[in-house]
Design a binder for this molecule. Structure first.
Ligand code: SF4
Length: 291
């Protein structure tokens, strides 16, 4: 990893304010979109760029905001990579978010988030905290292949359970669904049943497929050659150089997905999930009114 002094820490405005403390990621997911060339990385993807002044920048940025809002993090790189254990920058930023009364929508694949469950709990009580967990396969052997450097699905589900015990709302990203790999009804059903059991509020799906761009595609195909011999050729035959690679089973999988979500009152469109995560209810004026 290498350290920089960043100029800013927050991006976006209104209900969509994002924060990235790290750039690059070491979880090694074979399908990672963040390694696409369009993001213009000037350093190797695994050589994490650390914004060492992130806490100071965040403190200043939040103080200058006129209105409290939700702060999103984890979209481009996981806030709980190995390096967070020694650096603790995510934790420092959560403390600042709590102190300033902002909400948090945090996305990860790692059980390291449990280290900070006390802070997540407090943010949720003071404002709002939504924990987003990605689940792609119920098969932990497959998980080790497609997401090699992070905890397995079983452990991620335990994280969801612990959030549920604390009353911290959760959203699951059921994406990507890799054609001919994890695109089975059994897989989708097993994951969604766990979402139901652990009280997940909403599930994000982008049409039961995968996207590939330059940079990401080469990395993915190399992994297919290594772990699934012959599958790359099948992809090339079926999809060519397409950006969107829907599963041949997409229709059936979507039907199962919609049905389980609607029967169990889970949000099932990205729009609804994103709106829920961007919404910070104004609860404190009401409390003051009561007292
Ligand atoms: S956790 Fe996200 S950013 Fe990190 S390697 Fe996996 S897909 Fe890429």
């Amino acid at each position: 990893m290498h350290f920089i002094d960043a100029k800013s820490i927050l991006s976006g405005s209104g209900g969509h304010v994002g924060m990235n403390i790290y750039r690059g990621c070491t979880h090694g997911c074979i399908y990672c979109d963040s390694r696409s060339l369009c993001y213009r990385f000037t350093h190797p993807f695994e050589d994490i760029e650390v914004k060492q002044n992130a806490p100071e920048l965040l403190e200043m940025a939040l103080k200058s905001k006129r209105k409290k809002c939700m702060i999103g993090t984890g979209a481009m790189s996981d806030p709980y990579m190995h390096c967070e254990e020694e650096l603790g920058l995510t934790r420092k930023c959560l403390e600042i978010i709590l102190k300033n009364g902002f909400g948090l929508a945090i996305q990860t694949k790692s059980d390291r988030i449990l280290r900070d469950i006390d802070l997540l709990d407090e943010i949720n009580k003071e404002a709002k905290c939504v924990v987003q967990m990605t689940l792609t396969t119920y098969d932990d052997d497959l998980c080790k292949i497609i997401e090699p450097n992070v905890c397995n699905t079983k452990r991620r589900i335990e994280v969801l359970e612990q959030m549920q015990e604390r009353g911290i709302p959760t959203v699951v990203w059921l994406t990507p669904i890799l054609p001919f790999i994890n695109d089975t009804v059994e897989n989708i059903t097993a994951i969604l049943n766990e979402c139901v059991r652990t009280g997940v509020k909403g599930v994000i799906d982008f049409g039961m497929g995968l996207t590939l761009r330059d940079g990401d595609r080469e990395y993915y195909y190399a992994a297919l050659d290594k772990h699934f011999p012959g599958l790359k050729e099948r992809y090339i035959k079926q999809y060519g150089n397409a950006y969107e690679l829907p599963s041949p089973n997409a229709e059936e999988l979507t039907k199962v997905f919609k049905q389980i979500c609607s029967e169990n009152d889970m949000m099932s469109t990205p729009d609804k999930c994103f709106r829920y995560m961007a919404d910070l209810p104004d609860k404190y004026p009401q409390l003051r009114f009561i007292f």
